[in-house]
Design a binder for this molecule. Structure first.
Ligand code: BG6
Length: 492
C-alpha cells in the first residue's frame, strides 16, 4: 500500500534533497530545472530543497548550465532561481563506481529526506539502484528515500520484469516513482475531472452510447538527432505501452473511490488487465506500421527516415503505428479503441475522440435527411488544450435540415495556464509522497504484455509501409478503419 502523503497537497513540500543522476543533461536543463524554479516561484518548495547533480564529467559550472532554459527576464523567475541556484551542488563520477556514492553520501551527510532522480540512459537504472542500496542510501530510517525513474522502463515484457525485480529487491514499491510525463499534462489530469465531475458525461460513457474511441498522438517532428535511440526503439515501444496506454486507462477506467494513489492506480490497472492481448492473427490484422519517406512536415524539409543519422540502412523500425484494441469489460464490450501515433505527420495533435453511436432516424423519415453525423467529444490534450463537443443543429429555414456544429472549451480562455513544463506536478508529488500520477510495476508490465505479440510479429519479418511526411500516416491505417466502416478524426 502507498504511504499516506507526508504533507497535504498545496502545502510546501517538506525539506529534502533532490539528487539528479545525469543532472547536467538535456532533461535536467530543459524541463526539471525550469519546473523546480516554477515550484519555488509558486511557494510549493521552499528554501529547504537542495539539489545535487551527479554526472560523469567534471563540473563545468553546473549552476550556469542549468540556467540555459530559464526565463530570467521574468522577475519572479529570477528571484526563484536565486533561491535555488545557491543550493545546487555537483558530484562527479561514474554511475557504476562505488566511490561516486561515497562522495555523494559525504555531500548529503545529515540529509533525511532524499529523492534520487534517474535522468540517465535506461541502461544505468539497475546499476544506480544497486549502488545506492549497497551504500545504504535507500534505507528510510530517518526520512524518505524515493527513486524517480524516467522512460524507457524496459524494452519488452522480459526486460521490464527484470528491471522491476532488480528495483524491488533493494526497495519497496512505495519508494518507486516511474515517470510517464504525459501524466504531468494538465489536460490528461483533467480527463478524470471531466468524466467523474460531470454527471452528463459519465452517464453516456459506456457501450450503450459510445461507438468507438480514438486516441491520437501525432507529431510533425522527425527523429532529428535521436536516430540511435529511436532506431532501437520505434514508435510502438516509444509511445504506446506508456503514454497512449495511460490515456487509454484514464478514458476507460471505472470511477475510483477517491483521488488516492492506490484507488486510482487499481482502477487503471484493472482497465489494462481487461485489454485483450491480440493473438498472432489479430496482431497481423489490427496493427499497422509506417515509416516516413522524404518530403516536408510542419513547414520543414524532412529527409527519409532511412537516411537519418544513426539509423541503420536496412532498418525495419517504424515511425508510425496504428492499432485496434478491444477491452473485455462490462462497460466497453464491443467498443473498439483505435490508437495511433507517428512522427513527421501533418500536425502536432494529441487528442482523444469519443465517437457516439448514430441516433435512430425514425423521426426524420419524412425529411431528406438520411444520415445524421454522430456526436463526438474531442478531448484535445495538446496543443490548444480543451474539449469540443460536436453535435447537430437545425439549419435555419423552412425545411428540416441539420448541420454539424461544435461547442468548444479552450483551457486558455478560462484559465491562466502560466508557463509550465509539465514536470511541476510530478516533481512536487514525488516530494510530498503522492504516487497517483506514477506507473506501478504491474501497470508497466501489463502495458508490455499487451504489445508483446505485435513486437514479436514485427521483429520477425516484414517492413513498415512508407508514408509521405506531412500526411496523416500510411494508407494501411486508413484501411484499418475503413474495414470497420469508420474513419479517423482529422489530424489538425
Ligand atoms: C517521448 C518520446 O516520451 O514523448 C518522444 O520518447 C516523443 O519520441 C515525446 O516525441 C512526446 O511528448 P510530448 O510531451 O512532446 O507530446
Amino acid at each position: 500500500m502507498a504511504k499516506a502523503k507526508t504533507v497535504a497537497a498545496g502545502d510546501p513540500a517538506p525539506p529534502a534533497t533532490l539528487v539528479i543522476f545525469g543532472g547536467a543533461g538535456d532533461l535536467s536543463r530543459r524541463l526539471l530545472t525550469p519546473a523546480l524554479v516554477n515550484l519555488t516561484r509558486d511557494g510549493l518548495i521552499g528554501d529547504a530543497l537542495d539539489i545535487v547533480v551527479v554526472s560523469r564529467g567534471p563540473d563545468e559550472g553546473i549552476q550556469t548550465q542549468l540556467e540555459e532554459h530559464l526565463e530570467l527576464k521574468d522577475k519572479a523567475i529570477k528571484k526563484a532561481w536565486g533561491t535555488r541556484r545557491k543550493r545546487v551542488s555537483y558530484v562527479s563520477g561514474n554511475f557504476d563506481d562505488p566511490e561516486t556514492y561515497t562522495n555523494l553520501a559525504k555531500q548529503m551527510a545529515g540529509d533525511a529526506n532524499v529523492a534520487f532522480y534517474l535522468a540517465t540512459s535506461a541502461s544505468f537504472f539497475g546499476t544506480i539502484a544497486e549502488q545506492l542500496a549497497k551504500a545504504g542510501m535507500l534505507d528510510e530510517k530517518s526520512g524518505f528515500r524515493r527513486m524517480v525513474i524516467e522512460k524507457p522502463f524496459g524494452h519488452d515484457l522480459a526486460s521490464a520484469k527484470a528491471l522491476n525485480k532488480k528495483l524491488l529487491s533493494v526497495m519497496d514499491e512505495t519508494q518507486i516513482y516511474r515517470i510517464d510525463h504525459f501524466l504531468g499534462k494538465e489536460t490528461v489530469q483533467n480527463i478524470m475531472v471531466a468524466r467523474f465531475g460531470n454527471a452528463f458525461m459519465e452517464a453516456v460513457w459506456n457501450n450503450r452510447y459510445v461507438d468507438h474511441v480514438q486516441i491520437t498522438a501525432a507529431e510533425t517532428v522527425d527523429v532529428g538527432t535521436r536516430g540511435a535511440f529511436y532506431d532501437a526503439t520505434g514508435a510502438l515501444r516509444d509511445m504506446v505501452p506508456n503514454h497512449l496506454f495511460q490515456l487509454l486507462a484514464m478514458v476507460g477506467m471505472e470511477p475510483p473511490n477517491s483521488f488516492g494513489a492506490e484507488a486510482v492506480r487499481n482502477e487503471k490497472a484493472k482497465l489494462l488487465d481487461a485489454v485483450r492481448v491480440p493473438t498472432n492473427a489479430e496482431a497481423k490484422k489490427q496493427a499497422v506500421r509506417g515509416r516516413y519517406a522524404a518530403g516536408s512536415a510542419g513547414g520543414k524539409t524532412v529527409g527519409a527516415y532511412l537516411k537519418a543519422a544513426d539509423v541503420a540502412k536496412d532498418s525495419r523500425t517504424e515511425t508510425y503505428v496504428a492499432l485496434k484494441l478491444l477491452v473485455d469489460s462490462w462497460r466497453w464490450a464491443g467498443v473498439p479503441f483505435y490508437l495511433r501515433t507517428g512522427k513527421a505527420l501533418t500536425a502536432r495533435d494529441t487528442e482523444i475522440v469519443i465517437q457516439f453511436k448514430h441516433n435512430a432516424l425514425a423521426m426524420f423519415r419524412d425529411t431528406d435527411i438520411t444520415k445524421i453525423p454522430p456526436n463526438k467529444l474531442v478531448i484535445q490534450i495538446q496543443p490548444n488544450e480543451g474539449i469540443d463537443l460536436e453535435f447537430v443543429a437545425k439549419k435555419p429555414g423552412p425545411v428540416v435540415d441539420t448541420a454539424r456544429v461544435s461547442m468548444d472549451f479552450r483551457y486558455k480562455d478560462a484559465f491562466d495556464l502560466g508557463q509550465r513544463t509539465g514536470y511541476e506536478t510530478l516533481l512536487y508529488d514525488v516530494l510530498i509522497g503522492d504516487q497517483s500520477l506514477f506507473q506501478r510495476a504491474d501497470m508497466v508490465e501489463r502495458g508490455w504484455a499487451i504489445v508483446e505479440p505485435i513486437l514479436r510479429l514485427w521483429g520477425k519479418d516484414g517492413a513498415p509501409e512508407e508514408y509521405e511526411p506531412g500526411s496523416a500516416g500510411p494508407a494501411g491505417a486508413d484501411a484499418l478503419m475503413t474495414r470497420d466502416d469508420r474513419t479517423w478524426h482529422p489530424i489538425d
